[in-house]
Structures are given as C-alpha cells and as structure tokens.
Write a protein that binds this ligand. Sequence first.
Ligand code: SF4
Length: 363
Amino acid sequence: SLKVLEQFKNPELCKEILDCLNKEIEKEIRFMEVCGTHTVAIFRSGLHSVLPEKVIHLSGPGCPVCVTHESEVNAFLDLAGKDRVIIATFGDLIKVPGKNGHCLKNAQADGARVEIIYSPFDALEIARENPNDTVVFLGVGFETTAPAIAATVLMAAEQKLDNFKVLSFHKLVPPALDVLISDPETKIDGFLLPGHVSTVIGIHPYDFIGAKYGKPAVVAGFEPVDILLALLQMVRSRKEAHPKVVNQYQRGVSENGNPKAVEVMYQVFKPADALWRGIGMIKGSGLEFADRYESFDAKKVFDLKIGECPALPGCKCGEVLKGKMTPDQCPLFGKACNPSSPVGPCMVSTEGSCAAYFKYKVD
Ligand code: SF4
C-alpha cells in the first residue's frame, strides 16, 4: 500500500490532472477549503501557485483554535483566575490572545495552573492526582475531536471523577458551511470538504450543499493528487443542477462515517448555538452537555458567560476565516503579527491560514 500512497504525490500524475483541469474549466471557480490540514497541504506542496488562474482558492474556517470566539478565549482566562482550578488543554490554545492581549501562557506565568496535555484522557489522570482541585479540560475542536472528549466524560462518570469538568466550545462543520455559502460577498462556488471531520460524520451531512444551493462539494484527502482530483471533480460536478457530494477520499472516509463515534458524541452532548470568531452566532453549530451529563459542564459549574465582545484590535482573522481576505491583506501580517509574536489565532495555530502563509511564503 506504500506504493499506492506514493502515487498521491506523483508529480507526473499531478501534471496530468492539472492539464485536465485546464482543459475542462470553463468559468472561474472559487473553492473554499475548510480543514486546517488542507490549508497547510495546499501551501506546503506549492499547489497554490500552480492552480489554473480560474481556480481561486479561499481558505475557510478550518482551524479549530482560530474559530474559537474571543469571548470563549476570555472564558478560559476567567477560569485561569479562579482558585483551585487546573486547566488542561492542548498546546496551541495557550498562546491565543484574549482581552488586553493576555493569553493563558501569561496567566500561567502569573501563577495560574495550566497543564498542556496530548490526549483528553491525560486530564482524567490529573483529576485523579488532584482530588481537592477541579480540572477543566478546554474542549475545542470539530467533529474530529468531540467524540474522544465525549468518551473521556463517559470514563470520568464511570470512575466517579467528580472533579473533572469540560468547557465545551466544540464546533460542528456543516452548519458553518451553510452560513458561508449563503454569504453573497464571499461567493463560494464549491467546497473542498475536510477529510478528518468526514471520517466521523460521513458524507451525507453535506447533502444540502448540492440540494439547497446547487453547488459542488467534494471530500478530499491530503496529498496533492487527492486535492487536484477533488478540484477536477468539483469542476465536473458544477455542470449539474444539484450535484451530489462526491467522496474523493474513499481510502480514508466511508459514506456513513463512523456511526459509533457519532453515537458517543451525542450521548454526552447535544447541538447548541455557538459563536464563531468572525462569523458570529451560528444556529446548532456547537455542542453543549446533554442533561444527563451536565454535572461535567464547566460552563454551568463556573457560570461562565459567553457573548459578543470586541474583536482583537487590528486583527483581521474574522475576515480571513470567512474567505473575504487573504492573510497578506491584513496590515499586521508579517510585521506586528508573526509566528513568534502572534496577534491573532490564525497566526498562532500551525493550521491557521496566516501561519501557513507566513511559513510557506506565499506570494
Ligand atoms: Fe490576525 Fe495576524 Fe492574521 Fe492579521 S496576520 S489576520 S493580525 S492573525
């Protein structure tokens, strides 16, 4: 199978697909990718610069850290200020600035207890070792991560680890796509759908893209050949009135995804409205605790308030996430804002568009 995988990087094959693309494309197509791994793959491989002129790439809200709303970041900081609280989080989040440019890393330097973990299960271990403290795991991520967090909650319930809580700021991808595609300013002609999220939810939650909007949507893998094939498919599907979602990543994604993972996710959580950075409130695009597990809900336990609040001064992340601006159009890009001193989350996360632009020096 290694040999098969090699094919997906094969430059001659890429060239052939590019030739087909060039031949078959009639009018301009603006496609949006909504997965941070695609963002990085498109820039790292150089695809960005070899695509036909009529293929316009818009980078969407595919980075979970980036779409975490300003008020959610502020809630992390509020939590960090509380007594007997240990925050457990994945690494990227600690550098995202919130109010007054303050981030969890600063809070940690000021004495807050912030532990970086690599798996949500590690947070259970911390809870067990610190029975007199409350351990709050910062639940950020899409359908890809939410099932594992849900499984952690089930385990905590089973082990009666009452001092373990989760702050659920998870986001669901399909409702966000619905909002983005109906935005007349962004003018999206098709979606390059995320491989990882689709592994969990399958392809049918995206049916509305063709059915309701008549636009193509293609699930893609992460090698250049995968992405090019998906784009070629998009150009072809576009000719249909109501194109069906196409799974161009069959070696990674099955039509129905992973029903078991989805089941665990909805055992613990239920859909709720959620705030996205730059986009605002999206109906049914988040996950809150199902009644049965609400004793694990850090938002309730600590009465944390989430709501609209001012964006970071000068940062254009919101526009970048909606595909309305490329990172280099932000006046701070590469100057006041760079990976060693990021102003916004799109420069903090390695999956963020601004960081990818900076690293691969896209021009
Ligand atoms: Fe925000 Fe920095 Fe990106 Fe500008 S370059 S949008 S300040 S993260």
